[in-house]
Design a protein around this ligand. Structure first.
Ligand SMILES: Nc1ncnc2c1ncn2[C@@H]1O[C@H](COP(=O)(O)OP(=O)(O)OP(=O)(O)O)[C@@H](O)[C@H]1O
Length: 317
């Protein structure tokens, strides 16, 4: 079994990282100066935080980086005490063949406030020998004394074209056969998360020889937008039984979940309103009922029954 492409194609150097230019140039300055303050990387999942920490450690610490780099998950099931013991044991030793050591701590926003205060004390204790890189999704969940001790770097979701270019690069290396529009769809569905995009590409490649738009929808268990649109239009015309059959086909054959289905109905209804097919007043009524059925499904009601009832509300228009 082949390993995950997200690891195979993880950039090894700062230069290889896609996007995040505003961050990379600052990190390179630390490499030139061979010193760095404590850093905090914030931003959504799969946009290069861990990758940047690894690449920075390699470039700033040199060939002995492995012995001088410690990666820990702050929300580790083994508990914060283990994390702190690891930090202590690591920091007590002198750096080996490098100017200092680096501790990369992931998911700091999942640490309790008490644990964050303890971490702050550790950071102060080892300022001469170790630099910390703290990673989190939301800086608002980090206590002020930790934030103020770090230089903060805000990673951004990657743009659609940046994701597409990276996918093209990987597709070429892997000699994949694909429809170019399939990559646009992956870029759209991954919402700025490059890890998610690469995982979808790998799953699609293992499913079929040629990657098409349909392969992608199958991999992510999403309905084809044109099928959802056809179903809604059928309901609008008053053909309830036909609309219901289309709904069943999409949910069963394509394995789309109730929650995703409501989300896609919402997206298509919004598109129909933007195109002028639905009048504003009707659109508002539809959104109101979509919101209601979305809530019921999330609360645990039977999704098939709820979705059929939702389609029935479209009929009366
Ligand atoms: N900016 C990027 N440039 C190139 N590859 C990237 C980038 N961001 C993510 N990737 C790809 O996605 C994988 C995961 O990225 P990474 O571990 O850096 O995410 P992260 O931002 O640390 O996410 P999390 O917050 O979930 O830990 C990488 O191994 C790489 O293949």
């Amino acid at each position: 079994m082949e390993g995950p492409w997200v690891e195979k194609y993880r950039p090894r150097t700062l230069d290889e990282i896609v996007g995040q230019g505003h961050i990379i140039s600052r990190l390179k300055r630390y490499v030139e100066q061979k010193s760095m303050p404590n850093l905090m990387f914030t931003g959504p999942a799969g946009v290069g935080k861990t990758t940047a920490a690894l690449a920075l450690a390699k470039e700033i610490l040199g060939e002995n980086w492995r012995q001088n780099f410690l990666e820990l998950n702050a929300s580790d099931a083994r508990g914060i005490d283990t994390v702190r013991t690891n930090i202590k044991n690591f920091c007590r030793l002198k750096p080996i063949g490098a100017p200092f050591r680096i501790i990369f701590l992931d998911e700091v926003d999942n640490m309790t406030r008490d644990a964050q205060h303890a971490l702050r004390r550790e950071m102060e204790m080892y300022t001469k020998t170790a630099a910390f890189i703290l990673s989190c999704n939301y800086s608002s969940r980090i206590i002020e004394p930790l934030q103020s001790r770090c230089a903060i770097f805000r990673f951004l979701p990657l743009k659609g074209h940046q994701i597409k270019e990276r996918l093209e690069y990987i597709a070429e290396k892997e000699e994949l056969d694909y429809e170019p529009t399939a990559l646009d769809i992956i870029a759209y569905l991954s919402e700025g998360d490059l890890r998610k995009a690469i995982n979808i590409l790998q799953a699609a490649a293992s499913l079929q020889e040629k990657i098409t738009e349909d392969t992608i929808y199958e991999v992510v268990s999403r309905a084809r937008p044109k099928d959802v649109r056809r179903m809604i239009k059928t309901a609008l015309k008053g053909d309830f039984m036909d609309a219901r059959n289309l709904l069943r086909e999409i949910m069963i054959l394509q394995g789309v979940s109730g929650e995703d289905m409501v989300d896609q109905i919402y997206q298509e209804v919004s598109r129909l309103a933007m195109e002028g097919v639905l009048e504003a007043e009707t659109y508002i009524k539809f959104i109101d009922s979509i919101g209601e059925y979305d809530f019921r499904i999330r609360e645990g009601a039977n999704p098939r029954i709820q979705l059929e009832a939702l389609l029935a509300t479209f009929l009366s228009e």
